[in-house]
Design a protein around this ligand. Structure first.
Ligand code: ARG
Length: 458
């Protein structure tokens, strides 16, 4: 056990207590952030005359050699150290001697870990945003190629009105675009540097917090030292936004699983993104979509865990906050993997356009348009609704559809029907006439596509 705080203790820590308290097994993920933060801290200490130029150079070289050796495995990170901060400081002192003992001047592990975690989350906010952008690019490409790929639109998972694949994908474009917006918002709010807050009340050293913040790419220093060491809001915001991404991915996966089923056969998932069964030779299962849907649960779990951990904590730092890491790391890793895999699956998925169009044609998806036709002929909408309702009933009894009826059959139900009814309820007309912005009509869709393209260019 190499501890930083042995001075006031007369007994060795009980081994189980040591293990329970230690975080090295998971916070070693923060080693790059820890060393980047320490380099900035010592650079600032030197500028302020708190350490000498020579000490600074020694410390920075030492820190860089530790990072290199830890990353290439020549310096193993072991449970001999309590946490990543102790690991780095102990090894620095081993390597450079007395100068290493000055690194922690004007700093506490409380502001150190607050900084490390903030930089780690900040990095992954950016990474998540980049992965979302790649997903949006794939969605946009599919939209551009499928303005006239007809498919049924559903409510209650029952066929409702015809739409297009471009329009359906467009709904997901909006969702993932909002997810990117959330990344931007979180970044703006969290990008302030907690270093210099000390344990909770700042320090008596003349630290230049603006300078450290600038060195580390923050907008500036945080403005209350107690809040700085005890704020994990940004972790919760990030987990919340990640949960939202997973919710969107999960909905999309659910649809793909349905579309991929034997009953629908709208899509074919690429072999590279499917798996087989050990017993049923005919099987090709949508496991990736199912796993993404499944992993949504653990990301929600991380959010609930963090909200609950924080809810009763008095100011300022409490050891409970060490629990901010494992589930957050797990959530980040899983969301990033899910985004990569989902994007790959989507990019390689094939559509059975004929099956989709055929499906859009039955199930009375043109019933609303038939009613609108009667409205155009002067029938009040409520009456038109009733007439088409009776027409649908007649079709169900005869096992046919509206467009297959003869004009005589139609006119027997309403004398307003004329020969132009067939064009009015064709699949093409039903979609193409929906021209208000946001609707599936190709002219409306083209306007939206232009906006999306410009958005992705920025
Ligand atoms: N390992 C701790 C954490 O992750 C570092 C801060 C420890 N500070 C303390 N006073 N015990 O939160």
């Amino acid at each position: 056990m190499a501890q930083l705080w042995g001075g006031r203790f007369t007994k060795e820590t009980d081994q189980m207590v040591y293990d329970f308290n230690a975080s090295i097994l998971f916070d070693q993920k923060l080693i790059e952030e820890d060393i980047t933060g320490s380099k900035a801290h010592v650079t600032m200490l030197c500028k302020q005359g708190i350490v000498t130029e020579k000490e600074k150079t020694q410390i920075i070289k030492g820190l860089e050699s530790i990072l290199k050796d830890a990353l290439d495995g020549t310096l193993p990170i072991t449970t001999q150290y309590e946490d990543v901060h102790s690991f780095v400081e102990a090894n620095l002192i081993d390597r450079i001697g007395d100068a290493g003992k000055k690194l922690h001047t004007g700093r506490s592990r409380n502001d150190q870990v607050a900084l490390d975690m903030r930089m780690y989350v900040r990095k992954h906010v950016k990474e998540t945003d980049a992965l979302l952008k790649q997903l949006l690019e794939v969605i946009l490409k599919t939209m551009e190629a499928n303005l006239d790929t007809y498919m049924p639109g559903f409510t209650h998972l029952q066929k409702a009105q015809p739409t297009t694949l471009a329009h359906h994908y467009g709904a997901y474009f909006e969702m993932f675009k909002r997810d990117r917006g959330r990344m931007q918002d979180i970044y703006e709010r969290m990008n302030y540097c907690p270093l210099g807050a000390g344990a909770l009340a700042g320090t008596t050293y003349p630290l230049d917090r603006d300078y450290t913040a600038e060195l580390l790419g923050f907008y500036g220093p945080t403005l209350n030292s107690m809040d700085s060491v005890s704020d994990r809001d940004y972790v919760i915001e990030f987990l919340s936004a990640l949960s939202m991404i997973m919710m969107h991915l999960s909905r999309f996966c659910e649809e793909i699983i349905i579309w991929n089923s034997n009953e629908y056969q709208f899509v074919e998932i690429d072999d590279a993104y499917s798996t087989g069964s050990s017993i049923m030779p005919q099987k090709k299962n949508p496991d990736i979509a199912e796993l993404v849907r499944g992993k949504t649960g653990r990301v929600y779990g991380a959010l609930m865990s963090m909200l609950t951990t924080m809810k009763g904590l008095p100011l300022a730092y409490n050891k409970d906050m060490q629990e901010d890491k494992e589930m957050t790391f797990d959530a980040i890793e899983n969301v990033e993997n899910c985004l990569v895999l989902f994007t790959g699956m989507l990019a390689s998925m094939k559509f059975r356009k004929d099956v989709m169009a055929k499906s859009a044609m039955n199930g009375f998806t043109n019933a609303t348009d038939a009613a609108d036709y009667l409205v155009m002929k002067g029938v009040p909408f409520r009456d038109a609704h009733g007439i088409i309702g009776r027409l649908v009933l007649y079709c169900i009894e005869k096992n046919t559809c509206i467009d297959a009826l003869s004009l005589e059959e139609l006119q027997a139900i309403s004398d307003k029907f004329e020969a132009d009814i067939y064009d009015a309820v064709s699949l093409e007309t039903c979609v193409n006439k929906r021209l208000t912005i946001g609707a599936p009509g190709p002219d409306a869709m083209k306007q939206v596509l232009m906006l999306h393209k410009a958005y992705l260019k920025d």
